[in-house]
Design a protein around this ligand. Structure first.
Ligand code: TYM
Length: 331
């Protein structure tokens, strides 16, 4: 049995990118493995959220994890800050993480470009905190989207470096997990390569979205003036629409519009209408469940407490062993 760990930062509602990146096949995953699903609230502090927003967003991710179908009896669902052992491991890992490698992380370089006024130490050491999340449970599989592949590579580097330094075989090498398939990058609706909250208004479809909101966003999705030559290559925005269609529509539908495109007969309006309806069909069971679970405060509290206890048990065992390996004699 593998130990699987999946995490999402609490920055609002979950979108289809999160769903297909971090939760894909979670039903099989949680039946066959020892799974941890957590809410990365320490990570979200790099953007200085106000306390009310932070609390609300943590609760919202918990609700949406449950609405997506995670089972708190089978998996450990917890909030990162309920397990402060993570912070201790983060400190240990930071002692052997080098400035050069942290500065070279693509996500760090992106942030420096996007928010030059807030290049804080938390951003620089974001990959070591993420490594601590994974290694604290000695997880071997990590379901993530493509954007997190480099962080996982860095986690392997940190784990191996620790093992080498202390001449132990303690931390396993965690692997990205997408059931043998390539890691996915779900595109957004505004022509941007990635679905995400910070990619602009109207770019993401959320599990909590109402049908009308989905129709509006999809109908506004970026397209072009249409193909003029049979079988011509699709520009990025059109490829994105087809990729989105391939995750929510049946293969026949995708094939139909693909043929329409290749014969230059496509009407993007029709394609978008179909895409919107298929997205609504996909999202609706989740959005209904989200409302239902949000109303059950007792249940949410119970789940959080259960997760905290299970996650702490695993984390405190690791920290105790790591302290021994490092040579702290006051364990
Ligand atoms: P975050 O909160 O940005 O995203 C959560 C998960 O969703 C995936 N994802 C996507 N996958 C495919 N296409 C997209 N458009 C898309 N957008 C988001 C992300 O790859 C991720 O799997 N650093 C992480 C949170 C984290 C974590 C961890 C993850 C902290 N510690 C340990 C795994 C293990 C993050 O910011 O994800």
């Amino acid at each position: 049995m593998d130990t699987v760990l999946s995490g999402i930062r609490p920055t609002g509602n979950l979108h289809l990118g999160n769903y297909f990146g971090a939760l894909r096949n979670f039903i099989t995953m949680q039946n066959e493995n020892n799974c941890y699903f957590f809410i990365a609230d320490y990570h979200s502090l790099t953007t200085h959220p106000n306390p009310k927003d932070l609390a609300r967003n943590v609760r919202q991710v918990l609700i949406e994890y449950l609405a997506a179908g995670l089972d708190p009896e089978k998996s450990t669902i917890y909030v990162q800050s309920d397990v402060p052992e993570v912070v201790e491991l983060y400190l240990f890992l930071n002692m052997n993480a080098y400035l050069g490698e942290l500065e070279r992380a693509t996500s760090f370089k992106d942030k420096v470009r996007q928010q030059p006024q807030n290049v804080n130490a938390g951003l620089l050491t974001y990959p070591t905190l993420m490594a601590a999340d994974i290694l604290i449970h000695r997880a071997t599989k990590v379901p993530v989207g493509k954007d997190q592949a480099q962080h996982l590579e860095m986690t392997r580097t940190f784990a191996n470096r620790f093992n080498r330094m202390y001449e132990v075989d303690y931390f396993p090498e965690p692997q990205a997990y997408n059931f043998g398939k390539e890691l996915v990058k779900i595109p957004g609706l505004n022509g941007s390569g990635k679905m995400g909250k910070s990619e602009g208004e109207g770019n993401a479809i959320y599990l909590a979205d109402e049908p009308e909101a989905i129709r509006k966003k999809v109908m506004r999705a970026v397209t072009d003036s249409g193909p003029t030559v049979p079988n011509q290559e699709k520009p990025d925005a059109i490829k994105n629409l087809f990729q989105l269609m391939s995750i929510v529509s049946d293969p026949e539908t995708v094939k139909f519009f693909d043929e329409q495109y290749n014969s230059c007969q496509i009407r993007y309006g029709d394609m978008k209408k179909q895409l919107a309806e298929d997205m609504i069909k996909f999202v609706q069971p989740y959005s209904e469940k989200i409302k239902e679970i949000a109303a059950d405060e007792e249940y949410l509290k119970k789940v959080m407490l259960m997760g905290k206890e299970k996650a702490q048990a695993s984390a405190s065992k690791t920290i105790k062993e790591v302290r021994e390996i490092i040579g702290f004699c006051n364990n």
